[in-house]
Design a protein around this ligand. Structure first.
Ligand code: DAH
Length: 350
């Protein structure tokens, strides 16, 4: 067999094969083409290869080389067809997606129970005519203690019972960045009570006042079922003329039945707070027993003086209740730590 005849035959085989592969419409017809052309026993290439044996030995090297090139070309055409069909079948799978099948419902989050409680308390007091005031969580001693009639020697100011920032008790603070001692007129601390907001509101506004303030407070307590180093309080302040303890009790009773239910009652027990006189401890009913919810009382004249109000002209009441306690009472939660673990199984229930 002449070399040019052999080459022409191979070229034609390759052209036809490439054409057929590129037109294969599905995997089955591609496979039968593969057997017909590339098949190891009686494929067209295999038969063409037999022509090699009938060549002059001088032409064999060139003819062999050409045969190998042809084989590569045909195989490449087969691979290209295979890839093309595979891509087509995956788009077909995507288009068989059924939009009417029921889907997986995404889990939608919601507000934390404490945040929900805060919103509800704001709503209830809003209906009673109280507006919402806010104050900073980092406070100075004037707002956390002095103006609230808590004097320098009062145990509530003990550094062990407060989160002072940078400061030592003698008013010398360390500037963390420059490692220098700076004299502070009044060191800062994380507020230990929301009563601070009473002072801030009265400093900025003339009477009458009718506010609630809800937010975080901080105390270095060891966490247990009823203590946590951070918790939330709701503070209330009403200042006007002729305000009485009966008004305080009425407001708290209405609040209590709105939040906890008609059948829950409020009890006052005599107590002491530097910023109220007289002072009471506020208990709310829990089953057969009573739970302490916070403190309250008539605003002490010294507090009015500290903010420039005339205690001969105005009277007022104040109260401070624990938000976690209210929420726990409502839902029967017995350990305050549950609120801050962020265990989704707990939070999901609210
Ligand atoms: N600030 C008090 C505390 O954290 C609670 C309190 C008691 C607030 C009496 C008041 C009040 O406004 O009148 O323990």
């Amino acid at each position: 067999m002449a070399l040019d005849e052999f080459v022409a035959e191979l070229n034609e085989l390759a052209d036809t094969a490439a054409e057929s592969f590129s037109q294969a419409a599905d995997a089955t017809s591609l496979e039968s083409l593969r057997v017909k052309i590339l098949g190891a026993k009686s494929g067209q290439l295999k038969s063409a290869q037999q022509g090699l044996g009938r060549m002059d030995s001088a032409d064999k090297p060139l003819a062999g080389k050409h045969f190998n090139q042809t084989k590569k070309r045909v195989e490449a055409a087969y691979q290209a067809a295979k890839t093309r069909l595979r891509a087509a079948s995956s788009t077909q799978a995507a288009s068989s997606f059924d939009a009417t099948e029921p889907g997986c419902r995404p889990r939608i989050g919601h507000l934390h129970p404490i945040t929900q409680t805060i919103q509800e308390l704001k709503d209830i007091f809003g209906r009673l005519g109280f507006s919402v005031a806010e104050g900073p969580e980092i406070e100075d001693e004037r707002h956390n203690f002095d103006a609230l009639n808590i004097d320098r020697s009062h145990p509530a100011r003990d550094p062990l019972d407060n989160f002072y920032l940078h400061a030592s008790s003698d008013g010398i603070a360390t500037d963390g960045e420059n490692n220098m001692e700076v004299a502070l007129e009044s060191p800062w601390l994380l507020r230990s009570q929301t009563s601070t907001v009473q002072i801030r509101v009265m400093e900025e506004n003339p009477p009458p006042i009718r506010i609630v303030s809800l937010g975080r407070v901080y105390r270095p307590d060891t966490a247990d079922a009823t203590h946590y180093p951070m918790f939330h309080q709701i503070e209330g302040l009403l200042v006007d003329t002729d305000v009485t303890l009966a008004d305080l009790k009425t407001v708290l009773r209405i609040f209590c039945s709105s939040y906890l239910g008609e059948d829950v009652s409020v009890r006052f027990r005599p107590s002491f707070f530097p910023f109220t006189e007289p002072s009471v401890e506020v208990d709310m009913q829990w089953g057969d027993g009573w739970v302490e919810m916070g403190g309250a009382g008539m605003v002490d004249p010294n507090v009015f003086r500290a903010v420039g109000y005339d205690p001969e002209q105005v009277t007022g009441f104040a109260f401070g209740l624990g938000v976690e306690r209210l929420c726990a009472r409502r839902f029967g939660i017995t350990d305050i730590r549950e609120f801050f673990k962020n265990d989704i199984r707990f939070l999901k229930q609210f």
